[in-house]
Design a protein around this ligand. Structure first.
Ligand code: GLN
Length: 384
């Protein structure tokens, strides 16, 4: 079918996300898919049972716009337990259709034509289009290998009266780096006395390794008062396909968030909210996640440590960056395609997380996989 007039795209340089592209390529080539981030094992059966129970019980109609109260209450409890921060479930917590929707909603609620938003590259791919669809301008700063830390002096230099938002992400996708309490102190100092709003993407909050503690902005009251914090049940409960997460923010920010949320999704599916409200009562279900994934990271890394790929250090998320500069000079996107087609293993080229496609010869591999999948993957990687 041909639309009669030419379309003036609002996102002229945006194609289909790399996660969709690489997952399809993996399927088409019957390759092991370590590209898009999702577990290849099942989520907890008890949780599935709870969803089923609530569906059969008849909890199948619209939930309240902001989410089920019992779920918001348990999130408030969890946030207070872990980060000593009090959020009112009535006015300061909203259940969303996953992290991406929450991020889009927060950006749409705050960003106007000409506002500047600072993001750090490599950056997760949904930030920039959300800013630009709302007329904002993305200001890019670079995280530097191997620790991918933020250079706060650079941040200081770019902040000006147009700066409306800073988006941070810890633990960080795709690098696995984490922000420290000292980072948070610097962010607090730089934003003091400004109207800058922070979007803190913390969807991997429970996937943190080597004894580190997640530094949520919620722990820092002066930051928390200007922040939207985003979390994801998909990452925490091995159910990325359920598309459910949440946002916490102080009342005034959350009121604006909800004005937009109600017209994007209105509300999120009901039976899963009932199930999660029950399941979250058992803290073990999320507190053990760091150890669970640390074992997978270590298992995977140990098997490939003598390969020709170089492992980058990672302290969180379920992603591992591998540098292939000793193997090939090919562009990372071409190399990732070739690995999928010729060797049967799919990954994500890290250049896709840069607006100028910076190619550091780096691929991202997801290790949220069964041992046997990781073994097969390692066997292939060791041959390359
Ligand atoms: N967050 C997932 C990743 O980084 C992708 C989610 C998606 O495909 N939109 O791989």
């Amino acid at each position: 079918m041909n639309y009669p007039n030419s379309i003036n795209s609002k996102l002229p340089n945006v194609g289909t996300t790399i996660f969709t592209v690489m997952s399809k390529l993996a399927t088409d080539n019957n390759a092991i898919n370590l590209s898009q981030g999702f577990p290849d094992f099942s989520c907890n059966e008890e949780l599935i049972g709870l969803v089923n129970k609530h569906m059969l019980k008849g909890n199948n109609q619209y939930a309240p716009m902001a989410g089920l109260m019992s779920l918001r209450e348990i999130i408030a409890e969890k946030t207070e337990d872990l980060y000593s921060a009090k959020y009112d479930p009535e006015t300061e917590i909203t259940i969303t259709a996953g992290g991406t929707q929450a991020i889009f909603t927060a950006i749409s609620a705050m960003i106007r034509e000409g506002d500047e938003v600072i993001i750090f590259e490599p950056a997760y791919d949904c930030y920039k289009p959300a800013v630009e669809l709302n007329g904002g301008k993305t200001i890019y700063l670079q995280l530097k290998a191997p620790h991918y830390a933020i250079d706060w002096e650079e941040v200081k230099k770019v902040i000006n009266y147009r700066t409306k938002m800073i988006i941070i992400n810890t633990p960080h996708n795709p690098t696995g780096s984490i922000m420290t309490a000292a980072d948070m102190a610097k962010l607090e100092k730089l934003t003091k006395g400004t109207d800058i709003v922070i979007v803190s993407d913390e969807v991997y909050e429970h996937i943190i390794f080597d004894g580190y503690e997640h530094q949520s902005v919620a722990r820092f009251p002066k930051l928390a008062e200007r922040s939207f914090i985003i979390s994801s049940f998909g990452k925490t409960y091995h159910a990325t396909g359920w598309k459910i997460g949440y946002c916490v923010a102080p009342k005034k920010l959350m009121a604006e968030f909800r004005k937009v949320h109600q017209f994007i999704v209105f509300c999120v599916n009901t039976p899963i909210q009932y199930a999660l409200a029950e399941f979250l009562k058992n803290k073990k279900n999320y507190l053990g996640l760091g150890n669970f994934y640390q074992k997978k990271r270590d298992y995977f890394n140990k098997m490939i440590k003598n390969s020709n790929f170089k492992l980058e250090p990672a302290s969180g998320t379920y992603f591992q960056l591998l540098n292939y500069s000793e193997i090939s000079k090919e562009k990372d996107s071409n190399f990732a395609i070739r690995l999928t087609k010729e060797f049967g293993i799919a990954s994500i080229p890290v250049s896709m997380f840069y607006h100028h496609s910076i190619d550091n010869k780096m691929l991202r591999f997801c290790f949220a996989k069964k041992e046997e999948t990781l073994e097969k993957a390692a066997e292939i990687l060791n041959k390359i």
